[in-house]
Design a protein around this ligand. Structure first.
Ligand code: GRF
Length: 196
């Protein structure tokens, strides 16, 4: 069965949506762990509720960069997974860690990449920029993670209309709802395409 690991830093709604789909039998997978850099985040609460092991690895737990990198790599060595799923993970991954799983790390971004991606485009800032530019559509993208922020191969996108009275917050909520559907389906389809 497909083995996944998840990395998250925030509310963890995408993480929860994936776990729920596994629970419902829509996504045939096992979630082996959650890695977080924020021990107090919502994702950790979800992991605890579902009995998923949590690894808290951050600049606080590992102030020396090389030890931080080694701790991340150790998780992959000790709990091997087929795919690593970034679900609102707010820290750039070390190159040595990304190199351990070429084409096996997925991320979700709340815009139609390549638009509104890269440095500075995270969280509500993405939606603020979309609204300020009077875009008529936005959306979400699942892509492979390479060494550039938001730069890897695009696997799937979903479009979401921008309403004339949208605020960044209302648009964010509408996009997030679609992310929850897009992510598990893309994981399923990508795994299938790799023969996993
Ligand atoms: C999502 O908007 C995702 O696209 C981005 O970070 C946010 C995470 O939200 N990468 P949540 O923690 O899954 O609720």
């Amino acid at each position: 069965m497909l083995k996944i690991g998840v990395m998250a830093s925030g509310g963890g709604s995408n993480f929860k949506a994936i776990i729920d789909r596994i629970g419902e039998g829509d996504l045939e997978a096992q979630c082996k762990f959650l890695i977080t850099n924020n021990a107090a985040c919502g994702a950790v609460e979800h992991a605890k509720m579902y009995g998923i092991p949590v690894f808290h690895i951050s600049g606080k737990t590992h102030p020396v960069e090389s030890e931080y990198e080694a701790a991340l790599c150790r998780v992959l060595d000790e709990s091997p997974v087929d795919l690593l799923i970034l679900a609102g993970y707010m820290k750039k991954l070390p190159d040595v860690f990304v190199a351990k799983m070429p084409d096996r790390i997925l991320n979700i971004h709340p815009s139609l990449l390549p638009k509104y991606g890269g440095k500075g485009f995270w969280g509500i800032h993405v939606h603020e920029a979309v609204v300020a530019a009077h875009e008529t559509e936005s959306g979400a993208t699942v892509h492979l993670v390479g060494h550039e922020i938001d730069g890897g191969r695009i696997l799937a996108q979903v479009k979401v209309p921008v309403m004339h009275d949208d605020t960044a917050a209302s648009l964010q909520a509408r996009v997030l709802e679609q992310e929850h559907e897009l992510y598990w389906k893309t994981i399923r389809d990508y795994a299938k395409s790799l023969g996993l």
